[in-house]
Design a protein. Structure first.
Length: 212
């Protein structure tokens, strides 16, 4: 199965990607992770990306597309993969098609903006080890401290309400058009991501296992 996870920041893509990876034994490929890996490995495309990032710029599509294409050619992707965070724009989606990459299903986790603002606003991150907690769904047993290392739990800048709304505005402008793009290809499967993780997982696995 070659899959794409689509949805706004905080919709639950990372959580569902991890569950799918464990259930079906296929790698979850995050753009941020493979960019860091390419930079660390010193590949030609990784060096290009590093140069842009060091200048404070955004890595251009052609570099991101190339790094994704390189990653999808690796042995562990032969039986399938999960793309999380790519494609992010219509040009990237078209580039993926032009690579000849077959996409079987696009799982669109739909969550209203206000739910996401409330959800991310309750997220806390350990400033020591980076562990992630949620005040409602996954609180730390140590209260305001990390139950793993005892570090202080803080609200990341990305999880501040104003920042969340900026990220959502960018998502609606650049990424949401992919919903119509993949619906037009007959590959889109919409999942209600506003409820519990368990409910989203049940719907996700039904789509994948029943071959809807």
């Amino acid at each position: 199965m070659n899959l794409i996870l689509l949805g706004a920041p905080g919709a639950g893509k990372g959580t569902q990607g991890e569950i799918i990876r464990e259930r079906f034994g296929i790698p979850e490929i995050s753009t941020g992770v493979i960019l860091r890996e390419a930079i660390k490995a010193g590949t030609p495309l990784g060096l290009q990306a590093k140069e842009v990032i060091d200048r404070g710029g955004l890595v251009p599509d052609e570099v991101v597309n190339g790094i994704v294409e390189e990653r999808l050619k690796q042995e562990d992707c032969r039986e399938g993969f999960i793309l999380d965070g790519y494609p992010r724009t219509l040009p990237q989606a078209r580039a993926l098609d032009e690579m000849g990459v077959r996409i079987d299903k696009v799982l669109y986790l739909h969550v209203e903006d206000e739910v996401i603002v409330a959800r991310l606003g309750n997220r806390r991150v350990c400033e020591g080890c980076g562990a992630i907690y949620h005040l409602l769904n996954q609180p730390s047993a140590a209260g305001d401290l990390c139950e793993r290392c005892g570090g202080k739990l803080v609200v990341r800048k990305d999880d501040q309400p104003d920042t969340i709304r900026e990220r959502l505005a960018t998502y609606h402008e650049l990424t949401e058009p992919l919903v119509a793009y993949y619906r037009g290809q007959g590959k889109l499967h919409e999942i209600d991501g506003s409820g519990t993780i368990e409910a989203s997982t049940e719907e996700t696995l039904r789509i994948l296992e029943d071959g809807e």
